[in-house]
Design a binder for this molecule. Structure first.
Ligand code: HEC
Ligand code: HEC
Length: 436
């Protein structure tokens, strides 16, 4: 009897696995590869996705605008870019910063360092971000200069690779000095594929991978970011952003409108975006359409769009070297998503654990050494989608190999494995990464 029951359960599990479909989509692997809706979207949701695309690509205008375009105003007064798509290029990542080429669409989040590495809040003069642009010739917050120093790294087989180490300098601060404990953390926009799938990973699966005290002794800890939810007082897992500071796409979208573009929404209704009381000219400037600069309907479409960009399907490739080098300890190949009301169980291959890891001094900025493992799906299409794209949180790595050689801290052993690899194994590793 028990045996029969077990057999039945086993069959049911097999069946569920058989139904679990990969969540990728066959699309042309060209520069538009990251612009297609997920295959699972219903016909109705596809129409909403297309509306979201318009919002994501719209160039917002300085207020006031009258007539037909009045719903498009509200930009700034201080802003980093005038559209989502200006930073997330064709839904891929942002361009590597380059002062000479004028490619400087970075986010410059600023926090006051608190005790124990915690953040105490925004800068009293500048807010949550430093913005390099303003509308109507308001005083800019700062000018950013980036310089790179080349640092050669010798691989065991005699190959030499040069890493470029960035130095960021903020000058011409327009609103007084930064707080003495302010730390600025320059970042480029990450790619926009598969974000709804990352949201659907059950929280307990990510928490189960965390090992902050490294109890299993593999030198890889992994820390889950637990965010306080101000509205409910509850706790949520951070998943998005280079340091997992946002729990979901909805929250990140609200912050993006407010902090990067300076648009108010029903979530963050301040019409002056991130401007602080000391920035009076900004606070008193004309603002956009009422009651919110971004209409609530449009806001929801932007969220849906951001969640539902398809992950392009790729051919199977040999992951032997990737696994042997220890990459999969953080870049977790697979999660199984449970069935939902809208669809069956699915298997995803994001190559991330969504946890924070100490990546050593080389990648550290003033705000710390920890970074969230970025998903590697779509990695091989990075330069196809945006030829100016860089790898890592600030785009400093020009190639995938450079990105690997920047790894340190918990990932030191994996990096050293790559340094000491035969040329054949390294080629196999890079071929695998290019296949993603
Ligand atoms: C100034 C450049 C810039 C603009 C404009 C911008 N973003 Fe981003 N976006 C970023 C950066 C940088 C991050 C990473 C944030 C972090 O590390 O905290 C990000 C992260 C995200 C993420 C999380 C992705 C992930 O994998 O963690 C989403 C979703 C997102 N942005 C949506 C939007 C939307 C929607 C808009 C328009 C309303 C927008 N962004 C406008 C730069 C930008
Ligand atoms: C201890 C965890 C850990 C291990 C082990 C690890 N990585 Fe990473 N990886 C990260 C983190 C965290 C980042 C982001 C660092 C940053 O942006 O500053 C990253 C970034 C990357 C990037 C750049 C991704 C992007 O979107 O720009 C690539 C490529 C990469 N890793 C490949 C590898 C390979 C290949 C290995 C094995 C040789 C490996 N990693 C081992 C945690 C890890």
């Amino acid at each position: 009897m028990t045996r029969l029951l077990l057999a039945a359960i086993f069959a049911a599990v097999l069946c569920a696995n058989a139904q679990a479909s990969p969540a990728t989509r066959e699309v042309p692997l060209d520069r538009m590869a990251f612009t297609h809706p997920a295959a699972s979207l219903s016909f109705e949701d596809r129409l909403l996705f297309e509306k979201g695309r318009v919002i994501f690509q719209r160039l917002w205008l300085p207020a006031p605008v009258f007539g037909m375009q009045r719903r498009m105003d509200g930009l700034g007064p201080h802003y980093s870019a005038s559209a989502c798509a200006r930073c997330h290029i064709r839904n891929g990542r942002g361009s590597a910063p380059d002062t000479r080429l004028g490619l400087l669409r970075m986010a410059l989040p600023v926090t006051i360092a608190g005790e124990n590495g915690g953040a105490e809040g925004p800068d009293p003069n500048y807010g949550r971000q430093i913005h390099l642009s303003t509308v109507h010739q308001h005083r800019p917050e700062a000018v950013l200069a980036v310089t790179y120093a080349e640092r050669p790294v010798a691989l065991a087989d005699g190959t030499s690779v040069s890493l470029r180490a960035p130095t960021y300098r903020l000058t011409d601060l327009g609103y007084g000095p930064l707080h003495p404990d302010a730390v600025v953390s320059p970042r480029i926009a990450p790619p926009m594929i598969g974000l709804g799938l990352l949201e659907a990973i059950p929280e307990r699966e990510i928490l189960a991978l965390a090992d902050p005290m490294d109890r299993d002794g593999d030198s890889i800890s992994g820390r889950a970011v637990i965010l306080k939810d101000e509205a409910s007082g509850g706790e949520r897992l951070g998943r998005f952003g280079w340091r997992a500071t946002q729990a979901n796409v909805f929250d990140q979208t609200a912050r993006a409108f407010a902090d990067h573009i300076g648009m108010s929404s029903f979530v963050l209704p301040a019409v002056w975006g991130d401007c602080q009381p000391a920035q009076t000219e900004c606070r008193e400037a004309a603002h956009g359409a009422d009651p919110h600069e971004i209409e609530t309907y449009s806001f929801h479409m932007a969220v849906l769009y951001s969640q539902q960009v398809a992950v392009p399907a790729r051919p199977e490739a040999d992951d032997r070297v990737f696994v042997e080098a220890g990459c999969a300890a953080c870049h977790r190949p697979r999660f199984d998503l449970p069935p939902t009301e809208d669809g069956p169980a699915r298997i995803i291959h994001p190559y991330s654990d969504l946890l924070l890891h100490d990546m050593g001094d080389g990648l550290a900025d003033d705000a710390g050494r920890e970074w969230r493992t970025p998903p590697l799906w779509g990695l091989g299409l990075t330069k196809t989608v945006n030829p100016d794209a860089g790898f890592l949180h600030d785009g400093r790595a020009r190639t995938i190999l450079e990105a690997i050689l920047w790894h340190g801290g918990e990932a030191e052993a994996a990096r050293n494995a790559v340094v000491n690899m035969s040329a054949d194994d390294r080629a196999a590793l890079l071929a695998f990464l290019e296949s993603l």
